[in-house]
Design a protein around this ligand. Structure first.
Ligand SMILES: Cc1cc2nc3c(=O)[nH]c(=O)nc-3n(C[C@H](O)[C@H](O)[C@H](O)COP(=O)(O)O)c2cc1C
Ligand SMILES: CCCCCCC(=O)C(=O)O
Length: 345
């Protein structure tokens, strides 16, 4: 099976509830679809007669050189996709030189994920729960597991309106690491774990408590990007949470240029939502992103072939990205700029 077939095959393999949870978005899923379409609408503008015999796909993020710009997005409950779960995804990331972000709603103990990933790059995504003890435990696990950064997700004061989950009545089929009780929790109960009182005033405290750089995930506008700089974040992820929170918000691709302008190189900017092909990543870097996060495609690979499937998805993205640099006449990823794309008017 080709990685391109994983999405359809995963729909057959997974139960309707789990598949709807993984695939679905908020409301009418307009943003979910627009995330993918927005990258497709941006045209590439190649240069010719450039020596592209050697290419350099590497980028620098959080002060560290990385072999390519693909970061595995944090995704909850990966055991519902495949028994390899987060350990499988972390191994796939390590095998492909991808940075791996572990969700707060991991099915697997972060220390076990860290052990499986070895020396590979990994960040911990942090949800701030009403029960701060749960959040503190995750920060502690991040320190013990040598996670390099904390990715605080700021677009989830509570869960989005997700019709697929409401209709299916989906209940997570295993006990995640952060488990409030032995009883399986419905999505609504899980959504209610999140602390909706979280504000900008709280962010610096997480950096101080953890000693780790903070990346804020879920910023969509220049004013919030500026505030992220002011509170000392090391980076932001321009993201609408894969279209799962508020339907009809703008795509990461559309939001990116204004955020990049506002940040003006002071901190790193990542983007996610709808990145499906290597050339999508090239467009993101051309518009000023330092790296991209990829979500569902990795999950589909995991669901179909476990860790090997997730690895194959990432390998294909990296190969496509490398090929894009060559055919675009821009052999170094870090030389991509706005002259290589034509965005829709
Ligand atoms: C099933 C699923 C679970 C997710 N869980 C989390 C999570 O625990 N924390 C988080 O910050 N984002 C979470 N996200 C959002 C992703 O990190 C990312 O922003 C999004 O999936 C990117 O869009 P894409 O799937 O189109 O690549 C989740 C996304 C999916 C699809
Ligand atoms: C069922 C609620 C889980 C919330 C955490 C996972 C997440 O971010 C998501 O988008 O789903």
């Amino acid at each position: 099976m080709e990685p391109a077939d994983f999405e359809a095959r995963a729909a057959e393999l997974l139960g309707a509830g789990a598949h709807g949870y993984f695939a679905g978005g908020a409301g009418d899923e307009l943003t979910l679809r627009d995330n993918v379409e927005a990258w497709r609408r941006i045209a590439l503008a190649p240069r010719v007669l450039v020596d592209v015999s050697e290419r350099d796909t590497s980028v620098t993020v959080l002060g560290r050189r990385r072999p390519h710009p693909f970061v595995v997005a944090p995704m909850a409950y990966q055991r519902s996709a495949h028994e390899d779960a987060e350990i499988g995804t972390a191994r796939a990331a390590a095998a492909t030189g991808s940075t791996f972000v572990l969700s707060s709603q991991t099915s697997t103990d972060p220390r076990a994920v860290a052990a499986a990933g070895g020396a590979a790059d990994r960040w911990m995504q942090l949800y701030v729960f009403r029960d701060r003890g749960l959040t503190d435990d995750l920060v502690q696990a991040a320190r013990e597991g040598s996670f390099e950064a904390l990715v605080i997700t700021v677009d989830f004061p509570f869960g989005g309106w997700r019709d697929r989950d409401r209709r299916s009545g989906y209940v997570v089929d295993h006990a995640p690491y952060v488990q409030l009780s032995g009883t399986p929790l419905t999505p609504a109960e899980r959504h209610a774990m999140h602390d909706p009182t979280l504000t900008w005033d709280d962010i610096a405290g997480f950096g101080e408590a953890s000693g780790l750089p903070i990346v804020l995930k879920g910023v969509l506008g220049p004013a919030d990007a500026e505030r992220a700089v002011q509170v000392g974040a090391a980076g932001i992820v321009v993201s609408n949470h894969g279209g799962r929170q508020l339907d009809t918000v703008l795509s990461g691709a559309a939001a990116l240029p204004a955020v990049v302008d506002a940040v003006a190189g002071r901190i790193d900017v990542l983007v996610d939502g709808g990145v499906r092909r290597g050339w999508d990543a090239a467009k993101a870097l051309a518009l000023g992103a330092d790296a991209v996060m990829v979500g569902r495609p990795v999950l589909w690979g995991l669901a179909c072939e476990g860790s090997d499937g997730a690895r194959r998805v990432l390998e294909q993205l990296v190969t496509e990205f490398d090929s894009t640099l060559g055919l675009l006449g821009c052999p170094r990823a870090e030389d991509l700029d706005a002259s290589y794309v034509v965005a829709p008017a």
